[in-house]
Design a protein around this ligand. Structure first.
Ligand SMILES: Cc1cc2nc3c(=O)[nH]c(=O)nc-3n(C[C@H](O)[C@H](O)[C@H](O)COP(=O)(O)OP(=O)(O)OC[C@H]3O[C@@H](n4cnc5c(N)ncnc54)[C@H](O)[C@@H]3O)c2cc1C
Ligand SMILES: *[C@@H]1O[C@H](CO)[C@@H](O)[C@H](O)[C@H]1NC(C)=O
Ligand SMILES: *[C@@H]1O[C@H](CO)[C@@H](O)[C@H](O)[C@H]1NC(C)=O
Ligand SMILES: *[C@@H]1O[C@H](CO)[C@@H](O)[C@H](O)[C@H]1NC(C)=O
Ligand SMILES: *[C@@H]1O[C@H](CO)[C@@H](O)[C@H](O)[C@H]1NC(C)=O
Ligand SMILES: *[C@@H]1O[C@H](CO)[C@@H](O)[C@H](O)[C@H]1NC(C)=O
Ligand SMILES: *[C@@H]1O[C@H](CO)[C@@H](O)[C@H](O)[C@H]1NC(C)=O
Ligand SMILES: *[C@@H]1O[C@H](CO)[C@@H](O)[C@H](O)[C@H]1NC(C)=O
Length: 516
């Protein structure tokens, strides 16, 4: 990383006031002076670690987790404090104000939106903001440079606390909390955004604000579902739970023809609607069998409770399927080992090695609890997977995550309590296809393969079927009309009006940002 020399400004408190002034006297302002020149000189003056296109680490620091995308930022800054973030935001507003600004927490956006999803963005990388504090009242303050694995370890190390969040240890809490944040404990404890009590955020004019139910409550509402369009959250205060002592990690796997696979998904749907208790985190996973006409699918998840209670809970689902699973594994774990097991890389500590990467295209489909898939849509899905799913030159999976159902906090939280607009989702399909070696290029026909997989369902449902999409699985191929409706539904116009107050000029913008 190339670091600019420390500037004239030694006191951080002086920086915000002094910057504009300094820049104006140091560089004659003419019509020809471009925003990016002003940006770089302003960042240089600020003393914040900055990587520019001329820096030796620029290529590495500009890589997206999803290597299907390559974008060239205007600059990447690495602030060490909320004040630094505010200064960097102000630098981007100099000149004609045409430099878009994006926060990057874990960099795991499916559309590389942490890089702005386009060239020329000022990327504010939060990786130096790593504090986590557990308070006496069992809330925790978490700075947004933290990854989920490190959050879990820190909470547990401070009084055996826990919260619900996604399974991948390297996902950043910053992006995750802003779009949803689903994990296997979310039916019991909520999405990450449901667990947030307040946020510290830098808005587009460089002001640092607190947001909660009682302070800047409109901003607080918008942050919980659409944060990237409203500001840069530097810290969240969240509720935590006592880590459950017994966690049952389970899998029941079937290799069957499309007709039996259809029965299994039908069983999953009705068990999800009527029977699954909130302490059950349940997924139906489908992976390639490599044999035509054979579908490999599993019920997987974590149950927070005893082995005996798990057995009683899951038995109705397993016995509603006419065939027995080919393999099953039901293993009891303590809290952290259960997360390590589901995280899939043997550790939650992200300081031990660099993040991996992938080259992929994914779509989501949120199935409403009152309009689940019809038999013909289910059958079309498995017929497609039993044919095209075998010949494709992608490595794919389909995962149905149970969000709603009986007693789920996600569906029981009132629709208008946050900007998150998918509370009526029973379960969320994710359709995901990678290049075979996970490296670029993504196969030419991979996009069509996945789109056709998705439409095997949508084209076989009633034409007036109303479904959603999960904003955390950002799909850059959706049209404006599609993402606005599928992510945000009737919350979109409310978001627009709050946006006009906090980000009126669209400084925080990317291809799927809220806009006027
Ligand atoms: C391997 C993998 C596994 C995943 N597993 C799950 C899962 O189990 N459950 C689930 O719900 N989701 C999951 N996701 C999706 C994940 O929640 C989203 O991609 C999330 O947006 C990633 O956050 P990030 O901080 O890592 O990404 P980034 O790319 O850094 O950020 C994503 C978006 O949020 C914005 N942003 C980042 N930080 C902030 C901030 N502090 N303030 C405001 N805006 C910010 C960025 O500008 C960008 O628009 C997974 C993704 C991957 C790649
Ligand atoms: C980057 O390098 C180019 C070519 O060497 C030079 O013209 C330009 O001024 C440099 N930019 C910065 C910001 O240092
Ligand atoms: C992180 O926490 C430590 C110890 O509480 C504190 O000294 C430091 O100022 C905090 N850093 C930031 C960036 O808030
Ligand atoms: C429930 O427990 C019994 C006794 O151990 C076992 O035979 C059975 O397979 C379990 N059922 C499920 C669905 O795991
Ligand atoms: C079941 O899972 C546990 C933990 O993940 C693993 O150690 C064990 O080998 C698995 N057992 C079988 C039979 O696959
Ligand atoms: C939903 O909440 C937002 C933010 O508090 C508010 O502006 C809006 O009026 C509410 N809408 C309804 C229908 O209550
Ligand atoms: C869709 O159309 C069918 C048949 O015309 C009707 O019964 C159903 O109520 C409609 N559903 C919605 C969500 O409008
Ligand atoms: C920044 O924007 C907020 C929200 O619109 C406003 O309340 C505040 O006065 C603005 N501050 C400055 C310095 O412009």
């Amino acid at each position: 990383m190339m670091v600019f020399p420390q500037s004239l400004f030694t006191s951080p408190a002086l920086r915000p006031l002094s910057l504009t002034f300094f820049t104006l006297i140091a560089y004659p302002v003419t019509a020809a002076l471009r925003s990016d020149t002003l940006l770089l000189s302003c960042l240089q003056s600020s003393g914040i670690s900055t990587v520019t296109p001329n820096s030796s680490s620029f290529a590495q620091d500009s890589l997206a987790f999803n290597r299907r995308f390559e974008y060239t930022p205007a600059a990447i800054v690495f602030p060490h404090s909320t004040e630094d973030v505010a200064v960097a935001v102000k630098c981007a507003t100099l000149g004609d104000g045409n430099i878009p600004v994006s926060a990057r927490s874990g960099g795991h956006s499916y559309g590389a939106f942490g890089l702005g999803g386009q060239d020329g963005t000022l990327v504010i990388d939060l990786s130096n903001l790593k504090n986590i504090t557990v308070n006496q009242d069992h809330t925790a303050n978490i700075q947004t440079g933290n990854r989920l694995g490190d959050v879990a370890l820190a909470l547990f190390a401070n009084g055996e606390r826990a919260m619900a969040h996604g399974t991948c240890p390297y996902v950043g809490i910053g992006g995750h909390a802003g779009c949803g944040g689903f994990g296997l404990a979310s039916r019991a404890w909520g999405l990450v955004l449901d667990q947030v009590e307040s946020a510290e955020v830098v808005i587009a004019n460089g002001t640092i604000l607190q947001a909660s139910e009682s302070t800047n409550s409109d901003l607080f509402w918008a942050l919980r579902g659409a944060s990237p369009s409203f500001g840069i959250v530097t810290e969240y205060k969240v509720r935590t739970q006592s880590a459950p002592p017994s966690n049952i990690v389970f899998s029941y796997t079937y290799s069957v023809d499309p007709s039996v696979a259809s029965e299994i998904l039908t069983s999953f749907q009705s068990f999800s609607q009527y029977s699954a208790p909130s302490e059950l985190g349940l997924q139906l996973s489908v992976i390639p069998s490599r044999q035509p006409g054979i579908i490999t699918l599993s019920f997987i998840g974590i149950y927070m409770g005893s082995l005996a209670a798990f057995n009683t809970t899951i038995s109705p689902l397993i016995s509603s399927v006419a065939v027995s699973p080919q393999t099953m594994n039901v293993t009891q774990f303590e809290w952290i080992p259960s997360l390590v097991r589901k995280g899939g890389i043997g550790t939650l500590d992200t300081s031990l090695r660099l993040d991996s990467s992938d080259t992929f295209f994914a779509k989501s489909l949120m199935v409403p609890h009152d309009a689940v898939l019809t038999p013909s849509a289910i059958r079309a899905l498995f017929d497609y997977l039993g044919t095209e799913g075998v010949t494709t030159d992608t490595k794919w999976f389909v995962l149905a995550d149970l969000f709603g159902g009986k007693g789920s906090i996600i569906s029981d939280t009132p629709h208008n309590s946050t900007a998150y607009a998918q509370r009526n989702g029973l379960y969320n399909f994710q359709f995901y296809a990678s290049s075979l070696d996970l490296q670029p290029p993504f196969p030419d026909d991979g996009i069509d393969f996945l789109n056709n997989l998705y439409s095997s369902i949508t084209s076989n449902m009633p034409s007036n079927w109303s479904f959603g999409a999960y904003p955390c699985y950002a799909d850059p191929t959706l049209s404006d009309m599609q993402w606005q409706t599928q992510y945000y539904g009737d919350h979109y116009p409310i978001l627009q009006s709050i946006h006009s107050k906090y980000n009126p000029l669209g400084l925080f913008r990317y291809p799927q940002a809220i806009a006027a």
